[in-house]
Design a protein around this ligand. Structure first.
Ligand code: SF4
Ligand code: SF4
Length: 308
């Protein structure tokens, strides 16, 4: 194990031991109950180390600075600030509407965790030497992720935004048939008498957008297999940035609600959890640390397997 890998592991574990949400909770409490006019003024006061549940945060103001824009949304509660986006409608698991402040808190938490977990993921992923997220089933790289048996899936799908498809010089399938189905439809798109996933790796335009289909044995064309690194790391697709531990504070539902002004707004359900994908080697390796991270962040950890 080389020194760089060890350094990254230690850095990742330290981040898990010092989650940002307890500090965000503290900022929220001080702002809402104190005489502070802005969130920035709360942060100005947080320049000495703070201990929360046994974890010492050396420079809270500096640690919180990257989350400032998200936390500033609290200012709508007692200041003239207006949200620069359409605020969603959030219900609890009994479908009851959440109070305005609770909804705001959940919405801020979701975004804060998404940012924090994306960074932790990048730190912990690299030392694993695993490329499971960049390969199809049975690619020959599965053992590095702990898979010894043949995987059951026929393909893996990497959803892409329209502006991301040019990252891949691959054949494109974009016709009425593909656009009437999704990769997960019960009836698989048929190409020349065989399901689409029996053909070579390609880009498909589905009913729900574009995706890169990685059939059995395939490897993303942007993966440098000799170094196990992504050739387009800095501009890799958004889905490739998603962590294997991800926020599930709110879940987007397939429905909209009518606001008092008649505008239709997206409905979300409060979940207050984080989801960790058990297939990922660092999730298995740092199970205890992830559970402790969730407890400190006051969310429930849920572990799920996605690859079979
Ligand atoms: S684009 Fe990069 S990060 Fe995404 S699947 Fe391909 S190699 Fe992996
Ligand atoms: S499964 Fe985990 S360790 Fe493997 S490539 Fe994906 S994020 Fe990295």
């Amino acid at each position: 194990m080389n020194t760089e890998n060890n350094t990254n592991r230690n850095k990742g574990i330290r981040r898990l031991e010092h989650p940002i949400l307890p500090l965000v909770d503290m900022v929220q409490f001080l702002y809402l109950t104190g005489s502070f006019e802005t969130i920035a003024k709360v942060l100005d006061e947080m320049n000495e180390s703070i201990e929360i549940k046994g974890s010492v945060y050396e420079n809270p103001r500096q640690l919180l600075a990257p989350y400032m824009e998200m936390m500033q949304d609290f200012e709508v509660v007692k200041g003239p600030r207006k949200l620069p986006y359409t605020f969603p409608f959030i219900v609890n698991e009994k479908q009851e509407p959440q109070a305005k402040l609770k909804s705001l808190e959940l919405w801020i938490k979701q975004r804060v965790l998404a940012k924090e977990l994306e960074e932790i993921n990048s730190i912990l992923c690299e030392p694993c030497g695993c490329v499971l997220c960049c390969t199809g089933p049975d690619s020959g790289f599965d053992e590095t992720a702990g898979y010894k048996k043949r995987m059951q899936q026929e393909f893996f799908e990497i959803p892409l935004l329209n502006e991301e498809i040019d990252l891949f010089e691959l054949q494109r399938v974009d016709n009425d048939e593909s656009r009437n189905l999704t990769a997960q439809s019960d009836t698989a798109l048929d190409i020349d008498g065989a399901p689409f996933y029996k053909h070579d790796m390609a880009l498909y335009h589905w009913q729900n957008g574009w995706s890169l289909i990685l059939p059995r044995g395939s490897v993303c064309p942007q993966l440098a297999t000799e170094t196990k690194r992504c050739r387009v790391y800095a501009k890799r697709p958004a889905v490739c940035r998603r962590p294997q531990i991800f926020p599930y504070i709110v879940e987007e539902l397939a429905e909209k609600a009518k606001r008092s002004d008649g505008k239709m707004i997206q409905v979300y359900m409060a979940r207050e959890k984080i989801l960790a994908v058990w297939d990922c080697p660092y999730v298995r390796q740092y199970y205890d640390e992830i559970v402790a991270y969730a407890e400190r962040s006051r969310v429930e950890p849920v572990f799920r397997k996605s690859k079979k």
